[in-house]
Design a protein around this ligand. Structure first.
Ligand code: F6P
Length: 349
């Protein structure tokens, strides 16, 4: 049935109806009665607070509210249930996402998107709110293109969504990493060692850059900026010549391997070097005040968009305000990290 769409061209609902694939009337803007929320991609502290805000603001605005478990994977399988205000009690301060999340490959195909749209129809989901990063928003955009209205809320520890200056979870992840690095500094200092710490960020160095500055790292390595091990070694030796006896190197996951870098530093300098990979602990924990308030206000903003019939929007934080942008436009932007801040960090060592 979906074979003709496997070339990647998604039909719209009008076209589907014309072909008798569905009984969807896509000729007019749908009236929204039922709204569902799903979390997708890597989890982030504050996702629960976001779900809570969407559910409560939705119920208080008169909508029937639903939750989809396991992201797009769950949508595809029809894992959708109604949620009431009490179902989101005690979630504001909890890390992770109680709706659970997944990185769904099945949803990247036209068949997957169509199946998701059908499930929305079956369960009376007139608008889908997606909490996640760029990949999750591409899934939402595909749903929007075939006539299911969507709203996206940025939730990822990486802060790498171009159209927004802030993503839910970033502050908590940075603070978690900072606390861990402070502890590693204590032991590096006691043993006069070099501590090479790998933080999350496969494609984006926002966590690395910010925690590097906040922990006084001697060296910060980002995926966005080519680097050279000889330069790293030269910087450490220069610090030693100035009397320094312990060193912190922060490397973003996508910029290199802490294990490999520590080995190379030790070989070149004879300074004992230890790698630490902070890994998924950066994704857990109770959200900070900033993440709780951002999550709560962005969740309410999503419902305000729906009330005002502003569909297919991404909720964003820009110039100190929570606002929204068109999903196609938002996804077309490229985010660039501040190389000036990286240069400034070098004046602090
Ligand atoms: O969610 C973002 C992120 O934590 C990245 O920083 C990291 O590269 C990736 O997810 C890890 O993904 P996974 O949990 O699937 O290994």
């Amino acid at each position: 049935m979906f074979e003709e769409y496997t070339n990647g061209n998604l039909p719209n609902l009008k076209e589907m109806k014309a072909k008798n694939y569905d009984n969807i009337d896509a000729s007019q803007e749908p009236d929204v009665h039922g709204i569902a929320v799903l979390t997708s991609g890597g989890d982030a502290p504050g996702m629960n607070a976001t779900i809570r805000a969407i559910i409560r603001a939705g119920i208080n605005s008169g909508y029937k509210m639903m939750g989809v478990t396991r992201g797009y994977h769950g949508l595809w399988k029809g894992e959708i249930k109604e949620l009431g205000s009490r179902d989101v009690s005690e979630t504001l301060q909890r890390g992770g996402t109680f709706l659970m999340t997944a990185r769904s490959k099945s949803f990247e195909t036209p068949e997957g998107v169509l199946q998701g749209a059908k499930m929305c129809q079956v369960f009376g989901v007139d608008c889908m709110v997606v909490v996640g990063g760029d990949g999750s928003f591409r899934g939402a955009r595909d749903l929007a293109r075939i006539g299911i209205p969507v709203i996206g809320i940025p939730g990822t520890i990486d802060n790498d969504v171009a159209c927004t200056e802030y993503t839910i979870g970033f502050d908590t992840a940075m603070n978690t990493a900072m606390e861990a690095i402070d502890k590693l500094r204590d032991t590096a200092s006691s043993h006069e060692r070099c501590s090479v710490i790998e933080v999350m960020g496969r494609h984006a160095g926002y966590i690395a850059l910010n925690v590097g500055i906040a922990t006084g790292a001697e060296i910060i390595l980002l995926p966005e900026q080519p680097w050279d091990i000889n330069e790293v070694v030269r910087t450490i030796l220069a610090c030693r010549n100035k009397g320094k006896r312990h060193y912190i190197v922060i490397v973003a996951e996508g910029a290199g391997s802490a294990t490999e870098i520590a080995k190379q530093i030790e070989e070149a300098t004879e300074i004992e070097s230890r790698p630490t990979i902070l890994g998924h602990l950066q994704r857990g924990g109770s959200p900070t005040l900033r993440d709780r308030t951002m999550a709560s206000l962005m969740g309410v903003h999503a419902i305000e968009c729906i009330k005002n019939k502003k569909m297919n929007r991404l909720v964003v934080y820009k110039n100190g305000e929570i606002t929204d942008v068109d999903i196609e436009e938002g996804l077309s932007l490229q985010k660039t990290i501040s190389m000036e801040d990286l240069e400034r960090s070098k004046l602090l060592t």
